[in-house]
Design a protein around this ligand. Sequence first.
Ligand SMILES: [Zn+2]
Length: 81
Amino acid sequence: MYCPVCMSANTGKTGSDTYYCSECLLEFTCIGNEVTIYYIDPEGVSYAIKDRGEARRLAEYIRQGDELPLQERLQELIGKC
Ligand SMILES: [Zn+2]
């Protein structure tokens, strides 16, 4: 399974339809043809990210930063909620 965000093959299965990308540190589910990307914040809250552009921006931020953004910063990054 390739990561829908960075196209890396560096992903692992964490559930029946759930995968984790160790490059982006994002989770995604693949059910049928529908891929949904999730971000899990440091408090363990998951957010569905509908847009892949947003997911890429977020993944880029996570890769560069030392820590995962909290909800407030996340909203700033992906501009919604
Ligand atoms: Zn990825």
